[in-house]
Design a protein around this ligand. Structure first.
Ligand SMILES: Cc1cc2nc3c(=O)[nH]c(=O)nc-3n(C[C@H](O)[C@H](O)[C@H](O)COP(=O)(O)OP(=O)(O)OC[C@H]3O[C@@H](n4cnc5c(N)ncnc54)[C@H](O)[C@@H]3O)c2cc1C
Length: 475
């Protein structure tokens, strides 16, 4: 029998505001890594904040779960509804750029706007919105806020938390929190908008945000540099911060195994080195200076440090090709076979020691797993993925790898999640590895905002009523 909430929402919402067709629901119920198969009564698509508030109020009255979803690119299953009595609440129809203020350098944007579109709108106004990641063509603002997304330019511009000035959100009880301010300075007690950033849809449904914009960049210089080891990577990072720090936008490490996977699965993407080096770094400078000046500064940095094995992009096409080498690594690893993925945060100065110790530990305890390490080393963020032969017991290997790496990361003062969040995938790990006082405070906050436990239950903090999600397979 159809749940009465479905008929009620159907009467309440305009055409296009409700989806019950299983074929249209199906792609929204499977998570981006294809590890979690969700279920939902229906998908509601509010077209305004008032509509979102009305939907949420009705869901609360019926006691059904509400799961916010944007582009469904979460890598930790944060947007997948698991309870059968769930309404999937998507931001697709909240897709207006409400205002761009070129003088105040702000954009007020609805939660369903896709990141690429926000970047384009800012660009057309002669401004820059610097958030940029592999999923920029699909991820929506509400999801980026929900996960406090990082990406490829955090080194220079910070993560989503640093880019949001104001938030409008519907609370689990249907009230609207109107924190949509464009103020750079406001000192008025608790900064409540920050609670929604990184909350993974557990405290409310974000409907719009006011974002910080920056001056448009006029020039860029990009290079891929071959290096002998991780110590040399960190030495170059330190030197780069000293000499070109104010224009250093990205500093991405790629290890030997990642480039080897790229050569195998994406031979069309050119690799600049005669032999694959142990480590390489993609370094990007951007700023108000011309390409020529930035190229000269980058070349001088490399020359000063005797780094001759480096490919400096000569034009936009070559720049794009270098970025493709970095961006397609996760996809190359998927083509290779199963892999255990980690998104580790570390103090930058500990990365070399961590890499040496973790490599030795895994070789001894889990020799079948081959580390493929790349990522935002300038932000202390390693995507530390382990390729595994298909014949291995994935669940057992993943459990062991998690235990070994999370213990080690804790010893180095790091964390089990740098930018992907906790979602459903990392709840048990957060309970085990995070400070119990911190976890208890999060539970209390959740209780304060959502005493009925209906907003994205089972994500970020455990929910007794929601089934824990057993991972099904690796990708
Ligand atoms: C190819 C690829 C590359 C990626 N690269 C990066 C990267 O470099 N850096 C990075 O940080 N992440 C990266 N990710 C992860 C992912 O793109 C980000 O987490 C992104 O922010 C999610 O946006 P989304 O719109 O898809 O959100 P969804 O996946 O739909 O949702 C993510 C979370 O936000 C919540 N949410 C969604 N909408 C709302 C809303 N309106 N209000 C409140 N909560 C909401 C959901 O409930 C869920 O918990 C990548 C993912 C892929 C597939």
């Amino acid at each position: 029998m159809t749940h009465p909430i479905v008929a009620e929402l159907g009467q309440m919402l305009p055409e296009g505001g409700l989806v019950t067709d299983p074929d249209r629901l199906a792609p929204r119920l499977l998570d981006a890594r294809k590890r979690m198969q969700g279920q939902a009564l229906c998908m509601a698509l509010p077209g305004s904040t008032a509509e979102a508030a009305a939907i949420i109020a009705r869901c609360r009255a019926h006691g059904v779960a509400v799961v916010p979803q944007g582009g469904n690119t979460s890598l930790v299953g944060g947007a997948t509804p698991m309870r059968p009595d769930s309404v999937l609440l998507t931001s697709d129809r909240l897709n207006r750029i409400r205002q761009i203020d070129p003088v105040g350098y702000t954009a007020t944007v609805e939660a369903g706007c896709i990141l690429d579109d926000i970047r384009t709108a800012a660009d057309q106004a002669g401004r820059l919105f610097p958030l940029w990641l592999g999923a920029s063509g699909s991820a929506r603002l509400g999801g980026l806020i929900g996960t406090n997304a990082g990406g490829l330019q955090v080194q220079r511009y910070g993560n989503t938390r640093d880019l949001v000035l104001g938030i409008e959100a519907v609370l689990p009880d249907g009230q609207v929190f109107n924190g949509l301010r464009a103020l750079r300075k406001r000192n008025a007690g608790y900064d409540l908008k920050q609670l929604f950033i990184g909350a993974e849809g557990t405290l409310g449904f974000v409907t719009a945000a006011t974002l910080r914009l920056f001056p448009a960049e006029r020039g860029e210089a990009t290079a891929l540099v071959a290096l002998p080891d991780v110590d040399a990577v960190l030495a170059l990072f330190t030197a780069a911060r000293e000499s070109v720090g104010e224009v250093l936008t990205a500093f991405e490490m790629i290890d030997r195994h990642a480039l080897a996977l790229m050569a195998r699965h994406y031979p069309v993407v050119p690799q600049p080195f005669a032999e694959i080096p142990p480590c390489s770094v993609l370094i990007a400078l951007t700023g108000s200076e011309s390409d020529t000046v930035l190229n000269e500064r980058l070349a001088a940095l490399l020359l000063d440090h005797g780094l001759e094995d480096a490919a400096l992009a000569q034009d936009g096409k070559q720049t794009q090709a270098l970025w493709r080498l970095r961006e397609l690594i996760p996809s190359a690893q998927t083509k290779e076979g199963p892999s255990i993925k980690h998104d580790l945060a570390l103090p930058i100065s500990a990365i070399a020691d961590f890499m040496a110790e973790s490599t030795a530990l895994l070789a001894a305890r889990l020799p079948a797993a081959k580390p493929v390490v790349f990522g935002h080393v300038g932000d202390g963020n390693l995507h530390y993925n382990l390729s595994l032969p298909a014949s291995e017991d994935f669940a057992a290997a993943e459990a062991l790898a998690n235990r070994l790496l999370f213990d080690l990361v804790a010893q180095y003062g790091g964390d089990i999640s740098a930018e992907h969040g906790i979602g459903r995938l990392r709840i048990a790990a957060a309970d085990a590895w995070h400070d119990p006082v911190e976890r208890a405070l999060m539970q209390q906050l959740k209780q304060l905002f959502d005493p009925a436990g209906l907003f994205n239950p089972g994500v970020l903090v455990a929910d007794a009523k929601a089934p824990r999600t057993p991972p099904t397979s690796g990708d």
